[in-house]
Design a protein around this ligand. Sequence first.
Ligand code: NIG
Ligand code: FE
Length: 402
Amino acid sequence: MITAVRNCGQLVTLSGSPEPRVGSQMSELGILAHGSMLIEDGLIKWTGPDSELPAYDEDIDAKGMLVTPGFVDAHTHAVFAGDRSSEFEQRIQGATYQEIKEAGGGIMSTVQATREATFDDLVSSANQRLRWMLASGTTTLEVKSGYGLTFESETKLLRVARSLGPQRIVKTYLGAHAIPPDSDSKKEYLDSLIVNLSKVEFLADFCDIFVESGYCEPEDARRLFTATKLKARLHVDQFTNNGGAKLAAELGAKTADHLEQTDGDGIAALRQAGVIPVLLPASVYCLGLSKYPDARLMIQEGLPVVLATDFNPGSSPTCSLPFVMSLACTQMRMTPAEALTACTINAAHALDMGDRVGSLEPGKRADFIIHDVKDYREIAYWVGHNSVAQVFLNGQNIWSKN
Ligand code: NIG
Ligand code: FE
């Protein structure tokens, strides 16, 4: 059975280099005006102009609307219990994220709620959030553990992540998200985490650590990544520049995430080591802060910039990549084309899925969005409005606006 998606006002294919896109490549979207696409067995078979559309069995009429690849969210903490809306209010009244943590809130308050939740409750609340993401066009996402902080609860969170859907899921073990106060010492906690690594890592695709003063130090990251065979994704340089970008380079990490405080030297180190920067502007915005990562310098230096939500109940309670794209444009001066590349093909590469998703090219999975606008720039432009009309995974319609 061959399905045609025809009459796309703009078919934004993102076709191009099989490598992560850098520099001016981030602005080349491979747009077909009046475009069509053929799908067979969930895979893209052909793209081209409407006028050259080959034979097909059934069709989807895009009615002149915009069609893009499904969005790829390369950094989320989607499995947790409870919420932190009271901390949101405290921050508005003047408390900082760090002060709330020192008073016993922050990550640890979500850890407490998450440890108490059952497996089924965690699956059902996370799946609810995945439906919100679907409504915003996300078809592939990374999910971190990190709100259990015991061997049993962290493995439970990774098993929860494994059973989520319908989107494609990449799982990251974040047992080193924080040091739980009920452990005897940081050393004792990290020792036991390392001893148990082989019983956890088969559940995960990547391993992460939050490197920040008051959480884990660069030395802890060196120990952890000497002990695990999993590839690194690191939370670095979020509130303080403690050489996090250079650390990610030294460890040969797949990605370095946050990077709000990273300077030119750190950017050069990422470039040299081939580490992909994952920028999380919604966490800056939601914490009421103003220092965004220097995306312009990163693009100028040839880094394949990725944008992600950082969806979590503390610093970034949003699962909307269109909103993140809007912030990237207005606050970081990324162009709408660069922002779209950063949420699709570059994000797919950051998850080692660049050969399967992130662009609409023959041989790739038919994961795509029909938006009820005509031009790709409108995704970020109509801020606060969700332009996603229909979402398809493997060529199947899995979400519609009404
Ligand atoms: O990426 N920075 C560390 N981890 C998350 C926040 C987690 C939380 O506050 O619950 C982040 O911003
Ligand atoms: Fe995060």
